[in-house]
Design a protein around this ligand. Structure first.
Ligand code: ADP
Ligand code: MG
Ligand code: ZN
Length: 616
């Protein structure tokens, strides 16, 4: 990627540097001028001076506070040599001089001084001003752009038309994100096409996804494809210095970008500045807050139809971002950049394998199969590790065995970060998710099951089943709620049927199922035994701090027991329902899970046709 240091306005910067240099010179001059240009008088030790006085070789002396200058007797009437010494506090000196017949006087205060003392007064403050300018200041000496400033955004600019630029071809396995960004590129290339029909060009696009999935790479590819200037800066660079510097940098960055429009600003690691303002102790970090506010102001600042500046940003912690950033007109588009599935991993391996010599036995598909949960960066790393191994044993090309060993190494590293499943775990997750899907499909009001995936997502979920509601729902009836509970229990039920044991992976499902059942009983009044009463406690009970009591409304012991029994009853019924459905469809469960293990993701038509075979 061609990265050029940003062409900043060079003149103002130079002015500043020259100024700094001059100040320094002045200071040196101030210190040494008197020595350099004053009379060059040889210095002698005080003891020699006293000795010479006693030997009556001294004619005259001028006694100053810091220096005694004296003249020796000359020969043949010529004036003798002038010497100087540094005095020691010596009250006897005048008496001695008088006794030895030396003509002496006190030295008048130095008269050379106005220029040097002026420098002495003026230069140090100048230096401080210059230093201040250098770090913080704007305006002043360097003109309105603020010379010398570190507040200059350190943005790197990627310039079009240079070789080896990143394009979408270099990115694989993140097709949805690519589709979104292709559109952004279209915007930048032909904005008229969109503005003509009145479409609003998005201002901000946020790339969200786990580390190493190619967010930065995608942003570079956008720049490469669009052929526009590309300002890239990392969020952490905004928060490193002094209060105020970050905000100034943001202002500066946008100023420059607007001048070069159409262009892209890319803020990597947005969470470094975009963290929620309310978080943190003592009201959070002042500096970061100022920077964030400035960013919000700038993003609101450029109007629609104005210069086309699109702000791209990346984060792997979207949940920590300040909500204000996600409002319309700011980062109103969010693009998920997720870990790749099987075919995505193969495609990524193909990209990176181009850089190494592959042996004939290398099977990238097999490697992709063995690397679930790997992000793009992990795969790039894997290819490199394999190449290193081959080079170490002085082979010409990388063999499949090198990849096998490299996988082990990379996995060992990743396992510390605990996101790679072993085969057994993967199998359990597959059956679990298919269990959700089959039960969900046969339950009323469940909506369409759109996607089953066992590609690990985010931090917690190992797999997921995506069920889209068929319509917007505000009201649900009892049967539908029971259906949802059964669906939630479907995962665990499948584990029970197939493996005869249960893993910890289902805990979140159980939590949600229990909550739902409890709400049915205590909030929605759906229990025949307890009747249409709201048993949900108000907030007070917690406020009063009676932690020991039942968290529901002040309930009699019996009522509490009755509620527990009802909730348990609902969950157990749903569990039984789920088990029944799955036993009915055990062959299908087997079929789909096997297929899921192979492809990791099943979605769309293929999934529908599989689920259509479910026996109700
Ligand atoms: P992120 O910004 O999401 O943390 P990066 O874009 O910095 O990840 O990825 C680091 C490197 O990993 C990239 O430079 C590239 O070599 C490789 N990589 C990551 N994702 C992909 C991908 N989807 N396709 C190809 N290479 C990828
Ligand atoms: Mg990155
Ligand atoms: Zn589950």
């Amino acid at each position: 990627m061609p990265i050029k240091d940003q062409p900043r306005p060079p003149r103002s910067r130079q002015v500043g540097n020259v100024l700094l240099l001059l100040s320094g010179l002045f200071l040196l001059a101030n210190l040494f001028l008197p020595r350099l240009f004053g009379p060059q008088i040889p210095q002698v030790p005080y003891s020699l001076f006293i000795h010479q006085v006693e030997a009556q070789q001294v004619v005259a002396a001028s006694v100053g506070q810091n220096q005694i200058q004296y003249q020796l007797k000359g020969e043949d009437g010529k004036p003798g040599q002038v010497l100087a010494t540094t005095p020691i506090f010596d009250l006897e000196l005048p008496r001695l001089l008088e006794a030895k017949g030396v003509e002496f006087a006190a030295t008048p205060p130095p008269k050379n001084g106005w220029f040097t003392s002026l420098l002495g007064w003026v230069v140090p403050p100048l230096i401080f001003v210059a230093i201040y300018q250098f770090f913080i200041g704007r305006g002043g000496i360097g003109g309105p752009q603020g010379a010398l400033s570190i507040t200059k955004s350190k943005a790197k600019v990627y310039v079009e038309g240079e070789s080896a630029k990143t394009t979408f071809k270099d990115v694989a396995g993140v097709e949805e994100a690519k589709t979104e960004l292709v559109e952004i590129v279209e915007f930048l290339k032909t904005p008229e096409r969109f503005t003509q029909i009145g479409a609003r060009i998005p201002k901000g696009v946020l790339l969200v996804g786990p580390p190493g999935t190619g967010k930065t790479l995608l942003a570079k590819a956008v720049a490469g494809e669009a052929g526009v200037s590309f300002f890239s800066i990392s969020g952490s660079e905004f928060v490193e210095l002094f209060v105020g510097a970050g905000a100034a940098r943001v202002r500066d960055l946008f100023e420059q970008a607007k001048k070069q429009a159409p262009c892209i600003i890319f803020i990597d690691e947005l969470d470094a500045i975009g963290k929620s303002r309310s978080s943190g102790f003592y009201g959070g970090n002042d500096e970061r807050e100022q920077t964030l506010n400035q960013l919000l102001t700038e993003m609101d600042g450029f109007a629609v139809g104005d210069a086309t500046v699109i702000v791209l940003a990346a984060t792997n912690r979207p949940e920590s971002l300040d909500a204000a950033l996600l409002r319309p007109g700011r980062f109103d588009r969010q693009v998920l950049v997720d870990r790749p599935d099987l075919s995505g991993r193969k495609a990524i391996l193909e990209i990176h394998a181009q850089k190494v010599k592959l042996g004939a036995d290398v099977d990238l598909k097999a490697i992709a199969t063995r690397t679930p949960g790997f992000a793009g960066a992990d795969l790039a790393n894997l290819v490199n590790e394999a190449a290193l191994l081959a080079a170490r044993s002085r082979r010409e090309a990388v063999a499949q065995a090198d990849f096998a060993e490299a996988i082990e190494r990379v996995v060992a590293g990743l396992e510390k970060k605990s996101r790679v499943l072993n085969d057994k775990e993967k199998k359990i997750v597959a059956y679990h998710e298919v269990g959700h899907a089959i039960v969900g499909y046969s339950m009323p009001g469940g909506g369409r099951v759109e996607k089953i995936s066992i590609v690990p997502r985010g931090m917690a979920a190992l797999g997921y089943t995506l069920q889209l509601p068929t319509e917007d729902r505000f009201l649900m009836d009892e049967a539908e709620l029971r259906g949802q509970i059964a669906t939630l229990l479907g995962g665990r039920s499948a584990e029970e049927i197939v493996f005869g044991s249960i893993t910890t992976g289902a805990s979140n499902d159980l939590q949600r199922a229990t909550d739902l059942a409890e709400r049915m009983v205590t909030t929605y009044g759906m229990s025949k035994i307890l009747g249409p009463l709201a048993y949900q406690q108000g907030q007070q009970a917690m406020f009063l701090g009676n932690e020991g009591t039942n968290p529901r409304r002040m309930l009699s012991e019996q009522t509490a027991e009755a509620i527990d029994a009802e909730v348990k009853g609902i969950v157990e019924t749903a569990h039984q329902q789920a088990l029944d459905i799955l036993r009915q469809n055990q062959d299908l469960l087997e079929t789909i899970a096997t297929q899921l293990l192979e492809t990791e993701v099943i979605e769309g038509e293929k999934l529908h046709s599989l689920l259509n075979q479910v026996h109700p």
